[in-house]
Write a new protein. Structure first.
Length: 218
């Protein structure tokens, strides 16, 4: 699978595991639930709906959005836009429009995967078991052709930022890792701070913060 990073492209494993319900999210972050607390798939793949926490008209809200932001036009070969799941080059004009607080979101995860030597997913989780969120960006009401058979659809979309890997991820995937936020102060700053401050958060977790784990099928 192909994930975009600004004007470059990386072969990365597009798979992570999220929390199982909105109730668990609202217990972590004071937020309103816009999903009805209905069950969702915990294993998240590109172009699937998954939960995010975003800034709403009445404060923070849990909503579902489709994984994959609009692709830079120069990378589209047909009318179909499969979406960009991971973003590295935040200096690109294509991404700058979505870097303000109104377009930032938190993407909850329990674990994420990168491709191992045999191309099978290698799963990573926090070594301390504490909550994790990807540093995400989102857009709402975007019309595009995601699947030819569906024709144009209008969707809420999201992706998350990447950065150089820490030691644990680099041993498996030396190109990049997701930007992961661990503390309430980081979550608040990502959702509210000006970009010249928030951009400092596009950095790897400290070495030793993650461990490889085997996960049962969700």
């Amino acid at each position: 699978m192909i994930a975009g990073a600004g004007i470059g492209w990386h072969l990365m494993c597009n798979l992570y595991r999220t929390l199982p319900s909105a109730a668990e999210l609202t217990a972590l972050v004071r937020t309103m639930d816009r999903t009805g607390n209905h069950p969702w798939e915990v294993d998240v793949y590109p172009d699937r709906l998954a939960p995010i926490i975003r800034n709403g008209a009445d404060g923070l809200e849990v909503a579902q959005a489709r994984w994959g932001m609009p692709t830079p036009p120069q990378h589209l070969r047909t009318q179909r836009d499969p979406g960009v799941t991971k973003v590295r080059n935040t200096s690109s004009p294509h991404w700058r429009r979505w870097l303000g607080p109104d377009s930032r979101c938190l993407v909850p995860l329990v674990a994420f995967a990168e491709p191992g030597p045999d191309r099978q997913p290698v799963w990573f989780e926090a070594i301390d078991g504490q909550p994790m969120f990807f540093a995400g960006i989102e857009t709402r009401g975007w019309t595009s052709v995601r699947k030819v058979k569906d024709g144009p659809t209008t969707d809420d979309l999201y992706a998350f930022l990447t950065c150089p890997p820490n030691a644990e991820v680099a041993a498996i995937h030396p190109k990049a890792m997701p930007v992961i936020l661990r503390t309430p102060a980081e979550w608040q700053a990502w959702l509210t701070a000006p970009w010249d401050q928030a951009r400092q958060m596009q950095r790897p977790l400290p070495d030793g913060a993650l461990r490889i784990v085997e996960l049962a099928d969700g």
